[in-house]
Structure formats: structure tokens, C-alpha cells
Design a binder for this molecule. Structure first.
Ligand SMILES: [Zn+2]
Length: 437
């Protein structure tokens, strides 16, 4: 017994030490002027502060949503995760108050913390900016070093591995974010060459970005441009941001060779083909893209599986993005139904979910009467009507006497039927039952 205890004591620390350590920095951290506050249609700048309310666009919000999702998933997959912050604030932001920078920590402090912890990977998450309203929208990964030489070995390999996962949305059939470039190439740069500048810290590290001034491999991601205004409206949707976090997660799992996700997601947008986004403030869109069309706030989105059973519902927010997201779905065919006042309730869109990917879906709606969704079918899940043996033949009738299905009773328990009341008959036997799922 003594030996057994000794063995356990020895083995456990070894297992723990083998965990890969990922340090995550969600860029910025308050609702102050340095957190890239920008106006959107539903959250304009307030006269009192010159910034939007805290549900408006702040990089500190959007980066945090991405990183919390990334951290949650990495932890669940067995990684050790440390985050530079897990909150935003404080509110209200008061310049020069003692706690004004509580979650907006100095970049040198974050870099040193990741270094001291001995992270295997460092990731800083941001979005990029040009002049507001510019049409540029593409990602950029920056590592410490020059374009020719990385300061921390492994950084470039990490960038190259994560890039295709991060850009999955942009490269999708609907071009969730269009890219003016880098559709087939990458935008991975050394910070010293990108900024044409460098400095040396007290440890002797040479670089440009303060947050990358550490001795461990990693990079800073500018996931998209929040100055491309339709993309900024999408970023107001927390799920849209969480999806970016999931894309980093998939890339990091690929880099470290841990098992890929066996499930997939759906992310889509609902828009009106008959109305354009002209005449709105802060919504300059790229011509000839779907961004010209009105996103349909408040759309109810219903997800059904191939059998027609309802799996989930999502209500599109009121922030002019039309975004809906469904998470962690078993691979297979799904049906997406949409309903919103003033538009014809959709005929079903079919979406194929693949493991470790997100499937993108752009749904256009047309003006007309909004009607209720057609009834979801349910799985009968009816077993053991006394007297019917598994090998007996059966038939099911609806209340009007129409036969809806027949077969061998052994197959009946997973039969999909619309909600309602039915009669099952087998030989001389007959029973009435309800499908209410
Ligand atoms: Zn930033």
C-alpha cells in the first residue's frame, strides 16, 4: 500500500507538468478613451462622454469575449490557461481614478507575467484600425522580430498553423468578412519590420510591441478591421466574437497536436434582399458585397436536425448584424428556418455541419406575410404497446384516418412524426398516442 501511494504521488505532478500552458491577453480593458470606442447605429456616441454606452463598440468588450471563449475551450481540452484579465471596467470610467486602469494593465507587466509563468505560447487578441469608414478588412499576425527572423523560435510556426483557422470565416463561400487581399496568402509579419522601429527592454529583448517583449513564442492577432463599419456591427454580437475565439482554439489544438473538436458550429446572417443599408450613420459598406443589404434585427432562427426535430433557437440582436450562431453540433445535415415580421417565413435552408469547423450560411428574406414556422417533427419514442412484438408489422394513422407510416414495430421507436395525435394499428390491436416534442 505504501508503494502505491508513493507511485500516485510521483505520477500526478508529472501529468500536471505535461500540460501545455497558453497565456492569453485580451487587448485593452476598460470603457475609456483608449479602448477604441466607436459609434454604431444602435449605440451611438453619448453626448455626456463622447463614447458609446458599455454595450457599444469597445475593443475591450470584443477582445474579452473572444478570449474568454478561447480560454474556456482550451481549459476543457486539458490546457493550462492564464489570462491577463477576465473582466472589463470599471464602470463608469473616470479618467485618472485609482482604479481606472484596473483591467487595462501595462503591456510590459503582461509580457513579464507570461514570461515568468513559463507559457508555451502567448497570444494577444485585438482588432485592427484604419480611418473610420475605410473599406480595408483583413487579418494581421505580428510576432516579435523581423520579417526574416523571429526572436522566439516557434512564433512563425504558430502563426502559420493558426492562420487558416482564423481566416476560415473570411474565406467561406459567403465571405463573412471580405478580404481585399490574403485570400490565398498570409499576412504574418515581424513587428520590427512592420513598424520600422524597435527598442530594447531591461532584459535585452529587442522588438517593437511592448506586449510581445518576452522570451516565449507567440503572436499578436489583429483579427479584422473594426473601422470597416459593417464588421464593427457584427462585433457587437458576442457570439460572433466567441466564434473568433473558437477559431484560435482550433488552430492552437492543431499546433500542439491535441485532438480536434468532434463537433461543429453554424454561423450565419439573415438579410433583406429588397432593402439596402443606404442612409444609415456609420455604415459605409463595400459595394457589391452582401454588406449592402439590411440585416434583419430580431429574426427568430430555428435549427432542426435531419429528422426535423427542433435542436435550438436563436434570436438575432438589434445591432444591425443579422448574426445567428449555433454551437457544438454533431456533424450532419441541419435545417435552418427564419421568421421575422414583414418578411415571408423562410422555406428551409439546409446546412451541413462538419467536425472542427464552422459552417457559414447567408439567408436572404423577401417582403411578405410572416407566418408561424411549420410544425417541427418529433421522434415518436413510443415503445412497448402491450401485445405488439418487435417483429410485428404496424401502421400509424393520423386522426383523419390517413396512414402516415408503416413498417416493422422494431423500427418504430425512432420514427419522426409531426406533433399531433396518432393511432397505431398492428393486426387486431390499436392504440392512440401523442407526439408532443
Ligand atoms: Zn487593439
Amino acid at each position: 500500500m505504501k508503494h502505491l501511494i508513493f507511485l500516485i504521488a510521483c505520477v500526478l505532478p508529472l501529468v500536471a507538468e505535461a500540460q501545455t500552458k497558453v497565456y492569453i491577453n485580451a487587448g485593452h480593458g476598460s470603457w475609456g478613451p483608449n479602448d477604441r470606442p466607436l459609434p454604431t447605429i444602435s449605440h451611438p456616441m453619448l453626448a455626456s462622454t463622447g463614447r458609446p454606452d458599455t454595450c457599444g463598440f469597445y475593443e475591450s468588450n470584443t477582445n474579452l469575449w473572444k478570449c474568454l471563449e478561447l480560454g474556456r475551450r482550451l481549459s476543457a481540452a486539458g490546457y493550462k490557461v492564464r489570462q491577463s484579465r477576465v473582466k472589463n471596467g470599471p464602470y463608469p470610467y473616470v479618467a485618472n481614478a485609482a482604479n481606472a486602469q484596473k483591467y487595462n494593465r501595462p503591456l510590459s507587466e503582461i509580457a513579464a507575467e507570461a514570461d515568468a509563468w513559463g507559457a508555451d505560447m502567448f497570444l494577444s487578441v485585438h482588432s485592427n484600425a484604419a480611418s473610420d469608414g475605410a473599406l480595408a478588412n483583413y487579418p494581421l499576425f505580428l510576432y516579435r522580430g523581423t520579417d526574416a527572423e523571429e526572436a522566439c523560435p516557434g512564433s512563425v510556426a504558430m502563426c502559420k498553423k493558426v492562420w487558416p483557422y482564423l481566416t476560415e470565416a473570411m474565406r467561406s463561400s459567403i465571405g463573412f468578412e471580405f478580404m481585399s487581399a490574403y485570400k490565398t496568402s498570409t499576412n504574418i509579419r515581424g513587428d520590427r519590420d512592420f513598424y520600422h522601429d524597435e527598442w530594447t527592454n531591461s532584459k535585452g529583448y529587442v522588438g517593437y510591441l511592448g506586449v510581445l517583449m518576452q522570451g516565449i513564442p507567440g503572436f499578436l492577432s489583429e483579427g479584422y478591421f473594426h473601422t470597416y463599419q459593417p464588421a464593427r456591427h457584427r462585433a457587437l454580437n458576442e457570439d460572433w466574437c466567441r466564434q473568433e475565439g473558437i477559431r484560435y482554439y482550433r488552430g492552437i489544438c492543431a499546433y500542439f497536436g491535441t485532438p480536434a473538436d468532434t463537433r461543429g458550429c453554424i454561423m450565419g446572417m439573415v438579410k433583406a434582399r429588397s432593402s439596402k443599408m443606404d442612409g444609415y450613420d456609420c455604415y459605409t459598406y463595400k459595394p457589391d458585397t452582401h454588406d449592402q443589404y439590411l440585416p434583419l434585427n430580431g429574426t427568430e432562427v430555428r435549427l432542426r436536425n435531419a429528422a426535423g426535430e427542433e435542436v435550438a433557437r436563436y434570436t438575432v440582436d438589434d445591432n444591425y448584424n443579422g448574426v445567428f450562431v449555433f454551437y457544438d453540433l454533431e456533424p450532419g445535415i441541419y435545417k435552418v428556418d427564419t421568421k421575422v415580421d414583414g418578411y415571408i417565413t423562410s422555406t428551409t435552408s439546409y446546412v451541413k455541419v462538419t467536425a472542427n469547423k464552422t459552417t457559414y450560411s447567408l439567408i436572404y428574406k423577401y417582403k411578405g406575410e410572416s407566418t408561424e414556422f411549420e410544425p417541427a417533427t418529433g421522434i415518436a419514442e413510443v415503445k412497448g404497446f402491450a401485445g405488439i412484438a418487435p417483429t410485428d408489422a404496424y401502421a400509424v394513422y393520423d386522426l383523419s384516418g390517413r396512414m402516415v407510416t408503416e413498417g416493422l414495430y422494431a423500427d418504430f421507436s425512432r420514427t419522426a412524426l409531426p406533433r399531433g395525435t396518432y393511432v397505431i394499428r398492428s393486426g387486431q390491436l390499436s392504440y392512440t398516442f401523442n407526439v408532443d416534442r
